[in-house]
Design a protein around this ligand. Sequence first.
Ligand code: GLY
Length: 318
Amino acid sequence: MWGIIATWRMAAEGVGKAADILKNGGDAGDAIETAVREVEDFPYYKSVGYGGLPNEEMEVELDAAYMDGDTLDIGAVAAIRDFANPVSIARRLSKEKVNNLLVGEGAEKFAHKEGFERKNMLTDRAKIHYRNRVKELTAQEIKPYSGHDTVGMVCLDTKGKMTTATSTSGLFMKKKGRVGDSPIAGSGFYVDSKIGGASATGLGEDVMKGCVSYEIVRLMRDGLHPQEACEKAVAMFDQELKERRGQAGDMSLIAMNNKGEWGVATNIEGFSFAVATENQEPIVYLTRHVDGKCVHEPASQEWLDDYMRTRMAPLEEK
Ligand code: GLY
């Protein structure tokens, strides 16, 4: 069995490429890196890689992680600037004995020495988004912290090896140096090939309070199906946060076990994700809540067309 699952519609093309690698007996590390790079390279996704939205100082600072479920190797970068593919740097760091999570200038120095591609990740389109948001903030009291669609993936290859990876530009207008859940093991991602893996998208500050990805893997170890594990972890933690703090940030989790069974849970409306397995051609699903449960339905062609049209529509300065 092989499979890959990923947060958001934006991962669909990458999931397709990973599926081609996996069905030919390829490695779960190569497949997931290929899939995440595809999202990082596409300029119209404004929350990951090239075209990602900048921090409040108009700099694109990126977070990414990679984990190998066989060895439990972890590599991650946080607040890295000017490199094309943070996920590849994270994967490279996972092979080090120590110094596995590097931030800011240290991450950039490492990437430079290792010969990773440098790139100015701030696009003209992202600059327009930035300037528009600054004007909106001046004109009205709106919260700056929105737009945190991290790509997170879990992958299983035919040899039973599992991997997980994340990549994000984090919160739009975040403080310089702010780091979310995505490069933090247990919060933004976790995988163990003996069990399965999980990954998160949402408000990092809240996801980190519950180590939600690890919690899902723990529940799968206790025998829960990935769908039950995701629903239980997300519902319980959403409730905890609301009880203790009055509100819970956005939280959407994907998971796959080492049999290729998968699950998804979210506390928002309109969450989309992409999945492919030996038994399932790459497909995009949308999740809705029915009687307190998460129900996944294939996205319609109309929804898919509209998604791309909206992402690529000309952007005007306000
Ligand atoms: N989940 C991404 C972030 O909060 O940065």
